[in-house]
Design a protein around this ligand. Structure first.
Ligand code: GDP
Length: 297
């Protein structure tokens, strides 16, 4: 494992304070440590650079050089700035699911955790929010994926739209909409097909489904361990489909969570939930403080 950023910063400042008065250069040296640590945590270079710049401005404003505990002060500035960027502006992160039946479109690449996350979120909406949820798989190319959602639905006690072989994704979406309205569901979730990489056919398909469903939420599910790729995927999906939020999966893994910072800074989209394991209750709302703490170490 890496030495934590907090320890590293304290170490740098301890060495410096023993030499006497701190200078602006000393602070700049320490901030280089911050940049390296962010890059190690898989934050993209432009984001790391601009982040360090804003920390530098704050440090200058607070006259860190005169502080008795400059290390701690810089750690605090870095922490607060991380929370600020991760929180972003506006959207508090909850789902807009008024006006039943509210459609939620789940999008993402294959293997990112989309189907599992659809079930996790359905379970949460049912148990925490008391919603009646209907789930439908639109992955017509992979019958196993459709089966997987049905099995998960049975496990969590959430209905799934019956599978009709040979139906196209847009027609399944229409059927889900109808069934949700007739059956008195509060929410219906459309688990779209994933591909191994972004391609035109996938985007055209998801776009057509979006036009039929007019989703209240379009949630991109991406593997939080894939760093820059996750951000790239989000930019692509947002550009073409328009997403309302991101769910980062595999945040139970060894990664330092830097993708969250880049994601927020580059796409401007809120991270609404994080996936924390394979179990169906391993999902929680995004807490900027927790990720900030993890990046700091
Ligand atoms: P999809 O192809 O995007 O629908 O991906 P799946 O939902 O089938 O998930 C692929 C694998 O990732 C499965 O083995 C899931 O159990 C696993 N998975 C999904 N979310 C998480 C998570 O948050 N943490 C961990 N450790 N595994 C996850």
């Amino acid at each position: 494992m890496f030495e934590s950023l907090s320890d590293r910063l304290s170490g740098v400042f301890d060495r410096l304070t023993r030499q006497g008065a701190l200078t602006e250069d000393d602070v700049a040296t320490a901030l280089r440590e911050v940049r390296v640590a962010l890059l190690e945590a898989d934050v993209s270079l432009p984001v790391a650079r601009s982040f360090v710049k804003s920390v530098q401005d704050k440090a200058a404003g607070q006259e860190v050089t005169r502080s008795v505990t400059p290390g701690q002060q810089v750690v605090k500035i870095v922490h607060d700035e991380l929370v600020k960027v991760l929180t972003g502006e506006g959207d508090p992160g909850y789902l807009k699911i008024d006006n039943p039946p509210a459609p939620i479109l789940m999008v993402g690449l294959q293997g990112g955790g989309k189907t599992t996350t659809t079930a996790k979120l359905a379970k949460r909406l049912k148990e925490v929010n008391g919603k009646r949820v209907l789930m439908a798989s639109l992955d017509v190319n992979r019958p196993a994926a459709m089966e997987q959602l049905a099995i998960l639905g049975a496990q969590i006690g959430v209905d799934t739209l019956p599978i009709v072989p040979g139906q196209k994704p847009v027609d399944i979406a229409k059927r889900a909409k109808q069934q949700a309205a007739m059956g008195g569901y509060d929410v219906y979730m459309l688990d779209t097909a994933g591909r191994l990489s972004i391609d035109e056919a996938l985007m055209a398909e998801v776009e057509a489904v979006r036009d039929v469903a007019t989703p209240r939420e379009t949630l991109l599910v991406v593997d939080g361990l894939t760093g820059q790729d996750a951000v790239h995927t989000a930019e692509n999906f947002d550009g073409r489909i328009g997403i309302t939020g991101v769910i980062l999966t595999r945040m139970d893994g060894d990664g330092r969570g830097g993708a969250a910072l880049s994601m927020r800074a580059i796409t401007g989209k809120p991270i609404k939930y994080v996936g924390l394991g394979e179990k169906l209750d391993a999902i929680e709302e995004f807490h900027p403080e927790r990720i900030a703490g993890r990046i700091l170490g």
